[in-house]
Every structure is written in C-alpha cells, then in structure tokens.
Design a binder for this molecule. Structure first.
Ligand SMILES: *[C@@H]1O[C@H](CO)[C@@H](O)[C@H](O)[C@H]1NC(C)=O
Length: 279
C-alpha cells in the first residue's frame, strides 16, 4: 500500500508520462527532419538544370561545361573572347545527351571590371535558359614571379579577375537563388590559395580572398538552401597554366611540380561531383 502511493508520487499520471515521452520523441524526429537539409543537402540533379560557367571557353571552365552537358544540363558559358567562345560552344554541344532539350549559350563579357555588364549577361542567360541553378566561377588568371618583379598593376589585375570577377558573377545570381531557395555556387581557388607559395604573392592573395568570401556567404545563404563549394586544384594542364609557365621562377616550378599535373576533365568531374552533393 505504501509502496503504491510512493510510486504514484513519483509518477503522478502514468499515461501522462507516456504522452510526454512520445511528444519528446516526435519533437526530436521533427527536429532531425527539419535540420537534415542543414546538415547534408539533397543532391542536385543536373538533368534539366541551368549551369552557368564563367571562364567557360577554355581550361577547367570548358571541361566543367562539357561534363555538365553530359549530365543533361543546359549550359551558359561566359568569357571575353568571342571567337574562342563560339569554338568552345561547338565542342561542348557535341557532348549533349538530348539535342532537342539541351542548349549551350555563350555570352561575351569581361567579368572583372563592370558589374552592370555581368548583371546584364546573367539576365540574358536567365531569359533564354531559365534561372541559374548552379554557378561555376572558373574565370581566373595567374602570374608567377618574384614579388619585386611583379608590376604593381598586376596585383590589381589578379584581384580583379580572380576575386572581383567571382563577386560580380555571384552577386548577379544570388537574389534569384535566394528567392527560389535553390542554388549551388562553385568557387575555384588553387593550392596556392591554401598555402602561400614562392612566386605567387599576387596570385595567392587573390585566391585566399575567395575562401574568406565563401565562408562568410555560406553562413548567410544556408537557410535558403544555397550551398557553396570551394575547390583548391593543383597545377592543371590548361592554356592558362601554359601561359603562367613563361614567367614562373624555377623555385615555384620545383615546389608546385611535387603535386603533379592534373587533367582538366578530372578536375571538372570532381568539382561538379562536390557541388552536386556538398559536405
Ligand atoms: C531528364 O529530364 C527529361 C525531362 O525533364 C526526362 O525526359 C529525362 O528522362 C531525364 N533523363 C534522365 C536520365 O533522368
């Protein structure tokens, strides 16, 4: 009798306790369900998506465009040189999976200087192929030389293309992505954007800047189901890399060669794979 009352005291309403436990459990399940997109987003299907690639007429950018088209995407490539753009467009189109449904659009614009020009280009692309689902910022330039041998203007040039170019393109797509609560943004840094390397005082600084930008922006746009990825590729066999070789100090070559020389299509595949399913 006494024990019975003691039990009653500790668990005043037995069915109530069960209800509370159940409510806590259901609440927990709902919380996990709501938080799961924050922990790991669902993979984005490229089939039918609009992928916009800056620097898409050569190197890693062109390889990304080819890979995206192979996976069924509609692709816009942006670069300065019209001739090279048209040539790249033809090459990319050969890899289309469904020629009736897919399209490759090319727009000639310099992304580094004038934001309104970039905005206009993106607008044009969105009118033709629909809202951009994925932006891949491949436009970039590099310059390797000893600090005192790099013209001061070259420091500005590196920042304008590698950093401001990425800012301009990202700014041009972000509002629509936030509105639609759908988007992936890829930033292409470099191994020299993870560690400062001999000869890369101008280049490394511009590529480091991208990381700070990416981390800050990711924090802002995560609630909008937008995910950024930043890639740090080693030397990749591209026209840009060949140009860079001209002024590159021997020390820089010896250091960077230890990581090997990668092929653009391999790098492109990894970039897209990570962007489709980040984390
Ligand atoms: C891609 O999308 C189209 C239409 O949106 C569909 O007909 C086709 O089956 C899809 N292909 C694949 C491989 O999912």
């Amino acid at each position: 009798m006494t024990r019975f009352y003691a039990t009653m005291q500790f668990f005043p309403i037995e069915s109530g306790a069960v209800m509370i436990a159940l409510a806590v459990f259901v609440g927990f399940v709902i919380m996990i369900f709501m938080l799961s997109p924050l922990i790991s987003p669902r993979p984005m299907k490229l089939n039918g998506s609009h992928v916009l690639v800056t620097g898409g007429s050569s190197g890693i950018g062109k390889a990304v465009a080819v890979e995206a088209v192979k996976q069924g995407a509609l692709v816009t490539i942006i670069a300065r040189n019209e001739q090279r753009l048209l040539q790249a467009k033809k090459e990319i189109e050969q890899h289309m999976r469904d020629k009736d449904r897919q399209k490759v659009l090319c727009i000639s614009v310099d992304i580094s200087k004038d934001f309104s020009a970039v905005e206009k280009a993106v607008q044009q692309a969105q009118e033709k192929l629909g809202p951009v689902d994925m932006l891949v910022n491949c436009a970039g330039t590099s310059f390797a030389s000893r600090f005192e041998d790099i013209p001061v203007d070259e420091f500005k040039q590196q920042m304008e293309v590698n950093y401001y170019g990425t800012i301009h393109a990202t700014r041009a797509v972000i509002s629509t992505m936030k509105y639609r609560r759908r988007g992936r943004i890829v930033l292409v840094s470099s191994q020299a954007g993870q560690i400062g390397l001999y000869g890369f005082t101008a280049y490394s600084a511009s590529k480091f800047a991208l990381r700070g930008f990416a981390e800050a922006l990711q924090m802002e746009v995560k609630p909008y189901n937008i995910y950024l990825t930043i890639t740090f590729p080693p030397d990749t066999d591209t026209p840009g890399f060949q140009t860079e070789q001209t002024f590159k100090p021997k020390e820089t070559k010896l250091i960077s060669e230890t990581a090997g020389l990668y092929q653009p299509d391999y790098v492109a595949k990894r970039i897209l794979q990570d962007a489709i399913q980040p984390g």
